[in-house]
Design a protein around this ligand. Sequence first.
Ligand SMILES: [Zn+2]
Length: 293
Amino acid sequence: MILGLDVGATTIKSAVVDEKGKIKEFKKTKNRVIEGDDFLVSQIANLINGYKEKLKFDKVGIGFAGSVDYKRGIVISAPNMGLIQNLYLAKTLERKCNIGIIIDNDAHCFGLAEKKSGAGKNYKNMIAVTIGTGIGGAVIVDGKLYRGANNTAGEFGHMAIDASSNKICGCGKYGHFEALASGTALSKLYEEATGQRTESELIAEMASKGEKIAQKCIIHIGHYFALGLANLINIFDPEAIIIGGGLSEVELLWNTAMNNIKPYLLHKNLANTKIVKSKLGETAGVIGATLLF
Ligand SMILES: [Zn+2]
């Protein structure tokens, strides 16, 4: 049995997963990133120790929303989690919890889980994309996760989509995919139009009830999402793209993206690329974290 944690910018998801992939005690905790690194580390440690009192497990896998040095257990940076830089997360947690810990990028975990037992099960060469607060990704080649020289392969959120854009990304650069098409991008766009700071989930809900400005903002980011997906198809020519994360459930965004990919594709065969939603839903990241061992 392995404890899996999926540490996102707004929520920490956790569960114990057994050898057959069965989930126990799935839990969601609010991540209060504004409290800083030390708070985050103790929050995760408390969560792990809390599980230790209830269930037996011998390792902990963590998916973290940021660039992660997987071999050394360090969070290099996490643009959507304040000023985290070179945080020795695995070692610190091992000391606090007295258990073996491996960490990796959260979207890598998502990709691993969808490949093993989700929507990517039947594909050898696939791309995984998560769209929530930010945009993350994983590249699976010949059934294996492609990590790159620094383990940061698949950071699709930071590909430049519009170099002339004035939209600033969490990483500090302009016109990145994430700055134009994520939940954060949606909130900012809506705020520009209405003067109200609103969470992306709420904007999606308003849009589904017919609120025109909310709908317009979602359609706007949906076009950029299409552009980013088309770039990925042109670059990788994958068998499939598996998409997860909270915003993948927003129908208007999904439909806008799906209807606008084609014009950007290099040749017509690429239009046959399967684009499917995550099968494991909100548990994908947690399951993937337990597959790191
Ligand atoms: Zn960026």
